[in-house]
Design a protein around this ligand. Sequence first.
Ligand code: GMT
Length: 378
Amino acid sequence: MVCYPTFGGSGVVATELGKALAKKGHQIHFITYTQPARLDFFAENLFFHQVNISNYPLFEYAPYELALASKMVDVVEHEKLDLLHVHYAIPHASAAFMAKQILKTKGIEIPVITTLHGTDITLVGKDPSYEPVVTFSINQSDGVTSVSADLKRDTYKHFDIKKEIEVIPNFIDLERFKKQKKDHFKKAICPNDEKLLVHTSNFRKVKRIGDIVRIFAQVKEIIPAKLILIGDGPEKVKIEQLCKELNVERCVHFLGKLDAVEEVLSVADVFLMPSEKESFGLAALEAMACEVPLIASNTGGIPELNVQGVTGFLSNVGDIEEMVKNTLFILKDENLPKFKANALKHAQEFDITNILPKYEAYYEKIVMQVKGKFAVSV
Ligand code: GMT
């Protein structure tokens, strides 16, 4: 598994996938620049290889991609790997291409699967400064998966892709993400039985957190409510300022990067995801698994997760008025229990036990294809 080790969605998916595969007896090697956030324990079949980037004074920008490709070559060769699965196209898919070519000169044919996660396609990848390399390295991967049907469509729309893309959605571990009894926590945050709205993300512009604060400010004018924002990122300072401008700062709690997100989700009433773009919305799935309905924008892969009027509501990006109206509708005593139950029911479709076999079958298929080709060529 090659991934970003941070709190971002692609790193979480890669780490959880690796952990689940290891539990089933596969040997999983993580290759990344630091220990992945959710891999801070010892377990059988799980290994971590750190990419070391030498910091020669000549380098204004250290060539991470080269160090990564070299590490991939080393690990594939010495650990006798069967497959490289890289998460997030930039720069992992192109580094994998380079590693594959180097390994070829050593008589090793390593299959490469690239999983597209979202912003590697919809934001960063299609930027002209990366597009040619992204197109090339996707086409050179032996297998390509995307986390939603919408992301697959977007990839074909923005890049000249010849490969068939397999859709394998994000998944959830329902053992971990489930509603827990955390009444004391709810009491501390909402002492007067206020409704609790929650959002979690990396606080990037694409998440439109300003919309969340505006929705909250309007909801709060009608019913008593609190807002919890989990995560951190570039927009945070601006958002803190906006809370002051809208005079809601005393009702908005910033919890920072939190490991046990499920504990907060357990006491939440509505999860807000008004993103500009969202290829899947893993954070929303985590909320749904904890019985939290969604107010989200009708964009990207979100409609594949959030069923209109059933698990929550979808509105056009930026339609704050409608999101406020829908939030108030969900929060009515006569509606909330049904929405909560529906959210959980739908989240169960993305249970890791349903999705893991899809990855295993895809690995099998790609390994067989590459082995077949290699046998013919030698
Ligand atoms: O924007 C993020 O939340 C981080 C980003 C990432 O790659 O780390 O998340 C993307 O991948 C997740 C896992 O596949 C998806 O669930 C998110 O929807 C996607 N984010 C966007 O498309 C903005």
